[in-house]
Design a protein around this ligand. Structure first.
Ligand code: PMP
Length: 389
C-alpha cells in the first residue's frame, strides 16, 4: 500500500484493539498450548479452564449462560450452523417452514437456498424502502405456522436496525424459533437474549476490534438445546462443532467482547457525533441521497447515494479514503447489491451508492477530510462528464 488512506470501512472489519492483541499474545507467550480436550494433565486442563472462562465472558455480553456458547470460525459459520443445524436436527417427518428476508447477509441467504433445494419451505420477506422488516408483515407471516425465523439486527450495507425485541416477542408468542444474525451489532448495541426472546444468535469478533476467524453461536438451552453439526469428528462443543479449539483466537474474541462491554456507550456517542458532523458537512452536495431511514439506523454506517454518478469512479477519485461500495463478502460478484435491490433502489441508485463506516479510531479530523474529499470527487466527476455524469 503506498499512501495511508483514512480507514472508513469499519463495517467490513476493524483493526484489533491494543488490549486484545496483548491478551492474544499472552496466550501465545504463556505456554497455553495444550489441547483443551486433553484433561489428563495440566497442559490441557489449564487451557480448558481458560476457554470456559472466555465462554463466560462472551455469554455475559448477551446475558446468556456459558454453556449456551458454541465457538465457530465467525458469523458465516454460525449462521450456517444455526440454520442448517437447527433444521436438520428438528426435521422428522415433514419439511420445515423457514422465514427470512431478502436483505440478509449471503451467509444466511445461501444456506437457506440450500435448505429450499432439499425440500424445506423457505420464504423471504421484502424489507421496506428504509431497509428494515415491518413487524406487521412478520406477524401476519408467523400466523401461518413458521418453525424458524431468521433476521439480522444491524444491516451491514445501510445500517438499518431491526426491532429485535418486537420480532422476538412475536416469535415467542407464535412458537417460532428466532435466529438473529448479530455480526454487525454485537458489542455495539445492547443485546439481551433473554429479554429479546432470542433462541439462536450468530456472533463475530472481527467487526468489534477482535481477530478474524473466530465467532460464536448462542444456542438457547431451554428452547433449542441441540443442533446437528455441519462437520463430524470429535465431541468438542458438545458434538455440535467438533475440532480442537483455537485458544489464542478464543482469547481474542473474549477480550474484544469484554472491551466492548465497557466501551459500548462511549463508542455509540462517538459514532453518533461522527455521523452528525459528516452528514451536516455534506448535506448540500448536489444529487446526494442517504439510503435508509436516518432515525432508525446504527450511526456507524452511512450509505450514500449519487444516482447520477458511478460509485467505482467516486471511490477511485477519493484516493485518500478507504471506503467501499458495500458488503466485502460480495466484492467477487458483479451482481448489484441484493440489499439495495430489495429496498427498491433503481439500478442508477445502486450503481451510485457507496458505504462509509466509522469506528472507535475515527477522528473528527478524519470526518472533515472525508467530507472535503467526497465534495471534491463528486464535483470533479460532474465536471468531467459535462454535467451529465
Ligand atoms: N452477517 C453479517 C451481517 C455480516 O456483516 C457479516 C460480515 N460481513 C457476516 C454475517 C459474516 O461474518 P464473518 O466475517 O465473521 O464470517
Amino acid at each position: 500500500m503506498s499512501i495511508k488512506k483514512i480507514y472508513l470501512d469499519y463495517a467490513s472489519t476493524t483493526p484489533i484493539a491494543g488490549e486484545v492483541k496483548k491478551d492474544i499474545k499472552s496466550v501465545l507467550d504463556n505456554d497455553l498450548f495444550g489441547n483443551s480436550s486433553s484433561l489428563d494433565h495440566d497442559y490441557g486442563s489449564s487451557v480448558s479452564e481458560f476457554i470456559e472462562s472466555s465462554r463466560t465472558d462472551v455469554a455475559e455480553l448477551i446475558n446468556a449462560d456459558g454453556d449456551e456458547i458454541i465457538w465457530t470460525s465467525g458469523a458465516t459459520e454460525a449462521n450456517n450452523l444455526a440454520l442448517i443445524g437447527f433444521t436438520e436436527f428438528k426435521m422428522k417427518d415433514r419439511p420445515l417452514k423457514i422465514v427470512s428476508s431478502f436483505i440478509e447477509h449471503k451467509s444466511v441467504i445461501e444456506p437457506l437456498m440450500e435448505l429450499k433445494q432439499k425440500g424445506h419451505r423457505v420464504e423471504f420477506i421484502t424489507p421496506n424502502h428504509d431497509g428494515y422488516l415491518d413487524p406487521d408483515i412478520i406477524s401476519r407471516t408467523l400466523d401461518n405456522g413458521v418453525d424458524l425465523l431468521s433476521c439480522m439486527h444491524i444491516n451491514n450495507e445501510v445500517g438499518s436496525t431491526n426491532d429485535i425485541a418486537l420480532i422476538g416477542a412475536l416469535c415467542r408468542d407464535k412458537g417460532t424459533v428466532f435466529h438473529v444474525d448479530a455480526a454487525q451489532s454485537i458489542g455495539k448495541l445492547l443485546l439481551d437474549v433473554r429479554k429479546n426472546n432470542i433462541d439462536l444468535m450468530s456472533l463475530s469478533a472481527h467487526k468489534v476490534y477482535g481477530p478474524k476467524g473466530v465467532g460464536a453461536l448462542f444456542v438457547n438451552h431451554e428452547t433449542v438445546g441441540r443442533l446437528k453439526p455441519l462437520i463430524f469428528g470429535g465431541g468438542q462443543e458438545r458434538g455440535m462443532r467438533p475440532g480442537t479449539l483455537a485458544t489464542h483466537q478464543i482469547a481474542g474474541i473474549a477480550s474484544a467482547f469484554r472491551l466492548a462491554k465497557s466501551s459500548m456507550q462511549q463508542d455509540y456517542l462517538h459514532l453518533s457525533k461522527c455521523r452528525e458532523i459528516f452528514l451536516e458537512s455534506i448535506k448540500d452536495l448536489e444529487g446526494l441521497k442517504i439510503n435508509g431511514d436516518s432515525n432508525n439506523t446504527y450511526p456507524g454506517i452511512i450509505s450514500l447515494c449519487f444516482p447520477d454518478l458511478n460509485a467505482d469512479s467516486l471511490i477511485f477519485a477519493m484516493d485518500d479514503l478507504a471506503v467501499s461500495k458495500g458488503s466485502a463478502c460480495a466484492t467477487d460478484s458483479d451482481e448489484p447489491s441484493h440489499v439495495l435491490k430489495s429496498m427498491g433502489l433503481s439500478q442508477e441508485e445502486i450503481n451510485g451508492t457507496i458505504r462509509v463506516s466509522f469506528g472507535r479510531e475515527t477522528s473528527y479530523e478524519d470526518i472533515e477530510t472525508a467530507s472535503s474529499s467526497l465534495r471534491a470527487a463528486s464535483e470533479h466527476l460532474r465536471l468531467i462528464s459535462g454535467g451529465t455524469a
